[in-house]
Ligand binder design. Structure first.
Ligand SMILES: NC(=O)c1ccc[n+]([C@@H]2O[C@H](COP(=O)([O-])OP(=O)(O)OC[C@H]3O[C@@H](n4cnc5c(N)ncnc54)[C@H](O)[C@@H]3O)[C@@H](O)[C@H]2O)c1
Length: 342
C-alpha cells in the first residue's frame, strides 16, 4: 500500500517482519526512538542502531520530549540524509514524527508500530502531533514517514486493554468506510481477538485501506479526512474529563454518533444495534456515568468546533460517513439518552 503525500511517498508494508528492518535503511545513518516497555519486550529484535528511549503515557506527548529528541539528533549529528525510526505505539510515532519532521525543517523518518492502534491508525496518514496546555495534538505537522512496517508478531505482548483500544479504531474504520469489512468483524471476532494470523492480516489491511483511501483524497484534513474523527469529538472529551482509555471513550463516542445519525434518519435502528453489538463483542463500553457539564465544556474547547456548532461525523448507513455541523443542544440530547449523570 502507498500514500502519495505532498512531502513524500509512504510505503506501508503489512505482514512484514522487524527482522527485515535493516534492509530498508540502507547505508543511511539511522537512529531508533522507542519507549521503555517496547525496548524491554522487543529491543532484542532491533537492528544495531543507536536507540533513544522516551517514557510512556499521554503526558509524555509534549514539547519537553521533542526537545530531548532534538538534543539527541544534534549529538548524533543527524542530517537530511539520516533516518529516524520510531518503534512503538502511537505516542512514539507522534513524538518521533513531529521531532523528525521539524528538525532541520524535516529529516526522513519511518515507523514500526507495535500496538494495534498504531498499526491501523496512528502510524499512517502523515499527521504528527503533540499536546499543548491541555489541548490534544494542538501542535503538529503533516509529513509522511518514508515507510511503515507492520509486524503482527509484535502485537502478541499487548495487554488486553491496549488491544481493545486498537479494535475501537478498527471498528471505526469499518463503520465509516467498508460495510463488508464490518460484516467480517462480526463473523470473525473471536479469531480477531485471538490475533489469529490470517484474520489479523485482514483486519490490519482492511482498516488501513479505509484510512489510505481517505488520506489520499485529503492529506491535509480540509474535508474528507475529518471522517476519521468518527466517535472522536465526544471521545476526546470523555477521555479528558472522565480519565477513561482512548478506545473506551471512542466507543461511547461512536454509539452517540450512531444514535444521532439514527435520530436524523441517516441510519436504521438495526444498523445502530449492530454497531453497539460489535463494540460489546470487542469488550468496549457503550455508555457510562459522566459529568455532563465537564464533558460539554471539553467539547466546546475542541479545536474542530466552529462557533456554536461542532463538526460531527455521522453515518449514512454502515460503511459510509458524512461530516455534519451539529449544535451543542443536539449533542446534549444524545448524551441525555446515552449517559447517566453524576
Ligand atoms: N497521528 C495520528 O494520526 C494518530 C492517530 C491515532 C492516534 N494517535 C495517537 O496515538 C496515541 C495512542 O497510541 P497507542 O494506543 O498506541 O498508545 P501508546 O503509544 O501509549 O502505547 C500504549 C502502551 O502500550 C505499550 N506498548 C506498545 N507496544 C507494545 C507491545 N507490542 N507490547 C506490549 N506493550 C506495548 C506502550 O509502552 C504503552 O504503555 C495517542 O496519543 C493518539 O493521539 C495519533
Amino acid at each position: 500500500m502507498e500514500i502519495r503525500g505532498k512531502s513524500a511517498v509512504c510505503t506501508i508494508m503489512t505482514g512484514a517482519s522487524i527482522g527485515e528492518l535493516g534492509d530498508y535503511c540502507g547505508s543511511k545513518k539511522t537512529v531508533i526512538v522507542t519507549d521503555g516497555t517496547v525496548n524491554r519486550l522487543h529491543g532484542g529484535l532491533f537492528p544495531p542502531y543507536e536507540v533513544i528511549e522516551i517514557g510512556t503515557g499521554e503526558e509524555l506527548k509534549a514539547l519537553p520530549a521533542i526537545e530531548t529528541l532534538y538534543e539527541a539528533f544534534l549529538q548524533w549529528g543527524l542530517d537530511r540524509s539520516s533516518l529516524v525510526i520510531g518503534i512503538g505505539g502511537g505516542i512514539v510515532c507522534d513524538v518521533t514524527g513531529f521531532a523528525a519532521s521539524t528538525y532541520l525543517r524535516g529529516i526522513p523518518f519511518a515507523f514500526v508500530p507495535t500496538t494495534l492502534l498504531a498499526q491501523v491508525d496512528a502510524s499512517v496518514g502523515g499527521k504528527n502531533g503533540v499536546n499543548y496546555k491541555g489541548y490534544k495534538n494542538l501542535i503538529g505537522t503533516f509529513s509522511q514517514p518514508q515507510f511503515v512496517l507492520c509486524d503482527y508478531s509484535l502485537l502478541a505482548t499487548l495487554p488486553g486493554p491496549e488491544l481493545r483500544n486498537g479494535f475501537a479504531e478498527v471498528i471505526k474504520q469499518a463503520a465509516i468506510g467498508d460495510r463488508t469489512f464490518f460484516s467480517f468483524l462480526e463473523t470473525e471476532r473471536e479469531k480477531a481477538l485471538a490475533l489469529d494470523g490470517a484474520t489479523i492480516d485482514e483486519v490490519v489491511r482492511a482498516s488501513l485501506a479505509v484510512k489510505v483511501r481517505i488520506v489520499s483524497a485529503d492529506e491535509r484534513e480540509t474535508g474528507e479526512r475529518r471522517k476519521l474523527n468518527f466517535g472522536h469529538t465526544l471521545g476526546h472529551a470523555l477521555e479528558k474529563t472522565m480519565g477513561i482509555r482512548h478506545g473506551e471513550a471512542v466507543s461511547i463516542g461512536m454509539v452517540a454518533a450512531a444514535r444521532l445519525s439514527e435520530a436524523k434518519g441517516m441510519v436504521t435502528k438495526d444498523d445502530v444495534a449492530r454497531i453497539e453489538r460489535l463494540l460489546a463483542h470487542f469488550g468496549l463500553p457503550r455508555t457510562m456515568i459522566i459529568d455532563r457539564e465537564a464533558v460539554i465544556d471539553a467539547i466546546k474547547k475542541d479545536k474542530k468546533r466552529v462557533g456554536e456548532e461542532i463538526h460531527f461525523v455521522l453515518l449514512e448507513g454502515i460503511g459510509n460517513a458524512r461530516v455534519t455541523a451539529i449544535t451543542i443542544e443536539e449533542l446534549k440530547g444524545v448524551l441525555d439518552d446515552l449517559c447517566e449523570y453524576r
